[in-house]
Design a protein around this ligand. Structure first.
Ligand code: NAP
Length: 253
């Protein structure tokens, strides 16, 4: 199949929903062999089936990316299925509770750090070791504008996403001479089930989000997927260590 990532093997975590699902569909359309990973098996199988029905190549593997054993088994499964990994989009994440730093529970702190930060470390640990064996690859981690700026009432999320930006830069330096590029995407407010949950809980209103975004709208998952595809493709061959805002100008304020 022709396309911007034709013939490449791509692992996408959080591929059941939202940004991960849009990225999986785009990579499938652009010729990659896709491994969709998520702990939501029903949604993940649905994404993989939709890629195959559209003429692409895709499989699903269930994994909780905060667990070392699950991540090690996931990377082994990609290699067993497709023989290598060329692109990895480490994207699964949660928003956690909305509560200020004085009110953030230790349970929320530990859960958000495990799922939003430790997962990215674990995925990169095994992906990098595998990519070195085949001479290179491209990794994109999902940070957030909350990895570049503070966000009141989300201390664990902000700390995790700043951590993702730092891990991204560090791995980029470590592997720059081994043919592996490591970047992060930093979305602004994107209309996904995650943001719908935040709206349902009354944390922010849609009007507040529109007012905070310079373009006065939310982004679409497909707009993040396009930036991830570019960062994974050979078109961005001299780009590494970049936490890239895709945010309609939010972080420029
Ligand atoms: P989403 O629609 O909720 O998708 C996240 C996916 O990750 C879900 O399928 C979820 O499964 C899965 N997941 C959660 N924890 C997991 C775990 N431990 N192991 C495996 N899979 C897990 O949210 P989204 O908006 O697309 O978010 C994707 C990423 O973008 C996250 O890292 C998020 O922090 C980041 N982000 C989002 C926005 C935004 O405005 N939407 C902005 C900045 C950054 P379940 O559905 O079963 O929970």
């Amino acid at each position: 199949m022709a396309g911007r990532v034709a013939g490449k093997v791509a692992l996408i975590t959080g591929g059941s929903s939202g940004i991960g699902q849009a990225a999986a569909m785009l990579f499938g359309r652009e010729g990659a062999k896709v491994m969709v990973a998520d702990y939501n098996a029903e949604g993940g199988e649905r994404t993989a089936k939709a890629i195959r029905e559209a003429g692409g190549v895709a499989a699903f593997h269930a994994a909780d990316v905060s667990l070392p054993h699950d991540v090690e088994a996931l990377i082994a499964k990609v290699v067993e299925t497709y023989g290598r990994i060329d692109c990895a989009f480490n994207n699964a994440g949660i928003e956690g509770q909305m509560a200020n730093t004085a009110e953030c529970t230790i349970e929320n702190w530990n859960r958000v750090i495990a799922i939003d930060l430790t997962s990215v470390f674990l995925c990169m640990k095994y992906e990098l070791a595998q990519m070195v064996k085949t001479g290179g690859g491209s990794i994109v981690n999902t940070a957030s504008v909350a990895g570049l700026l503070g966000l009141a009432s989300a201390p664990a999320y902000v700390a995790a996403k700043h951590g993702v930006a730092g891990l991204t830069k560090t791995a980029a330096l470590e592997f720059a001479q081994k043919g592996i590029r490591v970047n992060a995407v930093c979305p602004g407010f994107i209309r996904t089930p995650m943001v719908e949950r935040v709206l349902d809980r009354g944390v922010f209103s849609e009007e507040q989000i529109f007012a905070a975004e310079p373009m006065h709208r939310m982004g679409k998952p497909e707009e993040i997927a396009e930036s991830v595809l570019w960062l994974c493709s050979d078109a961005s061959s001299f780009v590494t260590g970049l936490p890239m805002p895709v945010d309609g100008g939010y972080a420029a304020q």
